[in-house]
Design a protein around this ligand. Structure first.
Ligand code: SAM
Length: 241
């Protein structure tokens, strides 16, 4: 059975800022105005970088609406709200949505699921450090729903993890107690799933993502490397034809 990562996030959202950046300084009791300002500045920096790449590769881009999938406490939604007229933030965890609503301006609406977003299409789909936490069997259909919402000419900035470096993963992290190694593959013999509320990290097949992009009419895209603690991946930055 697939792990229910939605349940994990409902628990993690008890410490919502730590859930976004897993450093002790982002525990509620350790938050200071300076740390918060740094947190929001990081969101403006990330969005500025993504928008700059979109424009540099695909010309003039003046989006009016955006979906911020997995918006968390609104780190990126706040920055996006300075650029577009309407932001639709989506987050599965009630604790995240509650905190986000306190943080965002009036042109940001927050929803639990993509299906609730009222606009038929949007000019931009963004998702950063989100799909990596969703099992691909669940994440890819969600990604398809995002692609279905992208208007012609729309831009995408969506990040996935795709491989891990030595040391970034442990047997315990994968929930494996005992394994066998036949020279090519490791096979779990006895497993104990990581406890509820664990932030899981999954790798996606970039080739599968490329096939989905092609089918969605996104034939021109650029890949930017990402590395979150040894979990490597790609920002896929593209524009629908
Ligand atoms: C690491 S945080 C990133 C938040 C935000 N994107 C940012 O960069 O500040 C991951 C977020 O994804 C949300 N999330 C996880 N699974 C989700 C799903 N299936 N649908 C929507 N949001 C999800 C979590 O609740 C969490 O708020």
């Amino acid at each position: 059975m697939l792990r229910d990562t939605d349940e994990d996030w409902k628990g993690i959202a008890g410490e919502p800022y730590y859930g976004v950046f897993s450093h002790l300084e982002y525990f509620r009791e350790n938050l200071t105005p300076e740390r918060l300002e740094h947190f929001w500045a990081s969101g403006r920096g990330d969005i500025g970088w993504q928008l700059d790449l979109l424009r540099r590769h695909y010309g003039d881009f003046q989006p009016k609406s955006v979906i911020d999938f997995g918006c968390g406490v609104g780190r990126l939604s706040r920055a996006l709200a300075e650029i577009v007229d309407q932001v639709y933030g989506i987050d599965v965890a009630e604790g995240m949505r509650e905190e986000a609503r306190k943080n965002v301006p009036a042109n940001v609406q927050i929803f639990e699921a993509i299906d609730s977003v009222p606009a038929e299409t949007v000019d931009w789909i963004n998702s950063t450090i989100v799909f990596q936490h969703i099992h691909p069997a669940n994440g890819l259909p969600l990604f398809q729903k995002l692609l279905d919402r992208l208007a012609p000419g729309g831009g995408m900035t969506v990040q996935f993890t795709t491989f891990k470096e030595r040391g970034a993963v442990t047997m315990a992290g994968l929930g494996m107690d005992y394994v066998s190694w036949d020279g090519e593959r490791m096979k779990a013999l006895i497993e104990t799933p990581p406890g509820s509320g664990t932030m899981m990290m999954y790798d996606y097949d970039l080739n599968q993502i490329m096939a989905m992009l092609y089918r969605a009419g996104i034939e021109r895209f650029t890949i930017q490397h990402s590395n979150h603690g040894g979990h490597h991946g790609a920002f896929v930055i593209g524009r629908k034809g």
